[in-house]
Unconditional design. Structure first.
Lengths: 114, 114
């Protein structure tokens, strides 16, 4: 089974802090994604990466950056956390044998910015 | 720009009954994939069913089936013989084949009434 692991289930940080959310997948998938999930808004794509050191902006990249130094790890960075970044963050990767390949999601990180 | 619309924010169905969740999308692409994902209260998103746009035959996975109407850009999910474990948030997703960009709908919360 594919495993997508997010480093923290819950995280509380203060305004202005630099925040790192880590995501690791164990199936050598090339494509990885970061979403935020807010009630009534569904999942919104922040950034995605289709290979090491490659990244593409999603629909709401402002205030975020990403890092993909190794294929298995995709990090989301909040450069200077703000209260409007309080949200559930979901990481996903695409892969698998059966086509079309589905996304595999992590358990999510509920981030609160105080 | 692509959009995915789930017009029913919340639905309820009696256990053992059949329910249909609607999803429409807008795209100018001809080659894409469509997915339904389920997010139970435990939060991890899991794949329910997938459809390739070039396949006219509707996908089926046990009690789950879709009604894919490409011309109408409609992709509804039918759940037969509803079970308590089907209670979850359901997300419709569109994925563009050429670059894997994915757009999610805002979700439909499904309640199963015993």
């Amino acid at each position: 089974d594919v495993k997508v692991t997010q480093s923290s289930r819950y995280l509380v940080k203060r305004t202005g802090e630099k925040v790192f959310l880590e995501c690791v997948q164990d199936m050598d998938h090339e494509n990885m994604f970061w979403y935020r999930q807010d009630p009534g808004l569904g999942l919104r794509l922040i950034y995605f990466s289709y290979d090491v050191k490659m990244k593409e902006k999603g629909d709401i990249p402002e205030g975020y950056s990403v890092s993909r130094e190794k294929k298995e790890r995709f990090s989301l960075i909040l450069e200077s956390a703000s209260t409007n970044q309080t949200s559930m963050y979901l990481c996903a990767s695409i892969g698998g044998i059966q086509k079309p390949q589905p996304q595999h999601f992590g358990d999510g990180t509920r981030l609160s910015i105080l | 720009a692509q959009t995915v619309t789930q017009s029913q924010p919340e639905m309820s169905v009696q256990e053992a009954e059949t329910v249909t969740l609607s999803c429409t999308y807008d795209t100018s692409e001809s080659d894409y994939y469509l997915f339904w994902y389920k997010q139970p209260p435990s939060r991890q998103m899991i794949l329910v069913i997938r459809q390739e746009a070039y396949k006219q035959q509707n996908a089926t996975e046990n009690r789950f089936s879709v009604n894919f109407q490409k011309a109408a850009k409609s992709f509804s999910l039918k759940i037969s013989d509803s079970q308590l474990g089907d209670a979850a948030m359901y997300f419709c997703a569109y994925r563009r084949r050429r670059d894997d960009k994915i757009i999610f709908g805002k979700g439909t919360r499904l309640h199963i009434l015993p």
